[in-house]
Design a protein around this ligand. Structure first.
Ligand SMILES: [Zn+2]
Length: 227
């Protein structure tokens, strides 16, 4: 009888809570280090759009600037487009350049059929030559990227990006990385979802599509040649 007392109902060993918390702490430390390190290792978990900056809302802003530009200028059959450069800094701040949406530079693009380089004045080519490369260079020379963890270059064009420019643009991301002296830089190209024809005989097709949000623009595949 005495023995039964000792045997009693067997207690199942409880899961030690202290052990659980140590494992959780180690796991979160590992995860934090891993994600903190990613940008420095140049590992791109989110595809070619980078880890930190979503380019779509910025592309919408450029599209809206281009819309305003066309709406307030003499009707033209030419294209309108521009770019924003967005930097994410180590302390978590996001900054776009130009700082103010009203200062987004909109380039008027046109074909030069008799030129050696007929696409020289396309809006994306002007944006690249006159805005993006000089700004990246300037930032580099003033150590402006010292505290950056990611850079996004976002180009928008009202007209669909032409195949010959798209072919050129596939090497721009790598060229921008070199100019900026910064590996964690991504380029994306955007255009209107609904194409329009400002020179069309049909008045309805001449109306430029209003840009309300991300559904009114689409990204163009610019996967770099080197990857
Ligand atoms: Zn083009």
């Amino acid at each position: 009888m005495r023995q039964q007392q000792w045997q009693g109902p067997q207690q199942r060993p409880e899961f030690p809570p202290r052990f659980f918390w140590i494992v959780l702490l180690l796991a979160s430390m590992f995860a934090a280090t891993y994600f903190w390190l990613l940008p420095f290792l140049g590992i791109n978990v989110g595809g070619r759009s980078g880890n930190n900056i979503d380019p779509a809302p910025y592309a919408v802003k450029i599209a809206q600037s281009a819309y305003q530009w066309r709406a307030t200028h003499v009707r033209t059959g030419h294209n309108f487009g521009g770019a924003l450069i967005v930097v994410k800094y180590r302390d978590g701040t996001l900054q776009q350049y130009p700082l103010n949406d009203r200062n987004i530079i909109i380039y008027e693009g046109e074909d030069l059929p008799n030129d050696l380089d007929p696409n020289r004045l396309h809006s994306e080519r002007q944006t690249d030559r006159e805005f993006i490369r000089p700004l990246l260079q300037k930032f580099r020379s003033t150590n402006g990227f010292d505290n950056a963890i990611e850079i996004q270059v976002i180009i928008f064009s009202q007209y669909p990006l032409c195949p010959s420019c798209v072919s050129d643009m596939r090497s721009w991301q790598d060229e921008y990385c070199k100019i900026a002296g910064f590996p964690n830089l991504y380029l994306s190209g955007w255009q209107l979802t609904k194409t329009f024809y400002p020179n069309s005989q049909d008045k309805r097709r001449r109306e430029q599509p209003v840009v309300n949000g991300e559904e009114d623009i689409e990204m163009v595949n610019l996967t770099p040649k080197s990857r």
